[in-house]
Design a protein around this ligand. Structure first.
Ligand SMILES: Nc1nc2c(c(=O)[nH]1)N[C@H]1C(S)=C(S)[C@@H](COP(=O)(O)O)O[C@H]1N2
Ligand SMILES: [Mo]
Length: 189
């Protein structure tokens, strides 16, 4: 596909990069697969802690999506393997009033997303381009929410908390938009 056709898929103000930039608030974290754990908690009927194998044993999906960083780079047709957020929801059974989710990470990062968006377009991924996700990009497991700016996709995912109220995360309390829709160019608040 030529660059003009590709740019038709671009949200306003974004440019295409063929590289895969790394953006982290601090140093990259190294979490070996065999020491990985994900705690799913808050307003759910079945809170649980999943290890790496537990996650990989769940029904898996191949995801091809465009990703859009608030710093204006977009990367088209990125390929991931992982689990739909919906699968996690079926396991833990959130309460009726659990309308918000906070992702927490091993580096202390947090980001918040309405459950409705995650049910439509949220994933926990453990492969990029058929290979384990590199440390710098959030392996062994990161969140992926293609519809929102990429800061909403938490790397080194360590916890998922279901809440009855919204709870702004690391960038959302530092001037970034709470809703983060690239199509509406919701960059800053
Ligand atoms: N745990 C964690 N997740 C994070 C971040 C971070 O600093 N820590 N940075 C966010 C930001 S601002 C962006 S743009 C993307 C960058 O992901 P990448 O480094 O794989 O490109 O990760 C997001 N997820
Ligand atoms: Mo970012």
């Amino acid at each position: 596909m030529d660059q003009n056709k590709k740019s038709l898929k671009l949200p306003p103000g974004q440019f295409i990069t063929p590289s895969f930039p790394v953006l982290s608030k601090g140093p990259s974290v190294h979490v070996p697969q065999d020491r990985y754990s994900l705690s799913i908690e808050g307003l759910v009927q079945n809170p649980m802690i999943l290890n790496f194998k537990d996650l990989v044993d769940l029904e898996s999906k191949e995801i091809t999506c465009n990703i859009h960083c608030v710093t204006k780079w977009s990367k088209l047709d990125t390929k991931w393997t992982g689990v739909e957020f919906e699968t996690i929801v079926q396991l833990v059974k959130p309460a009726k009033n659990a309308l918000f989710v906070v992702f927490g990470s091993f580096d202390g990062y947090k980001t918040n997303i309405p459950l409705k968006i995650l049910l439509e377009d949220g994933y926990l991924v453990y492969k990029y381009d058929q290979k384990p996700i590199e440390d710098i990009h959030g392996g062994p497991v990161r969140a992926l929410v293609p519809r929102l700016y990429f800061w909403k996709s938490a790397k080194w995912l360590n916890s998922i908390t279901f809440l009855d109220h919204d709870e702004p995360g690391f960038w959302e309390t530092r001037g970034y938009s709470n809703s983060a829709d690239p199509i509406k160019e919701e960059r800053y608040s």
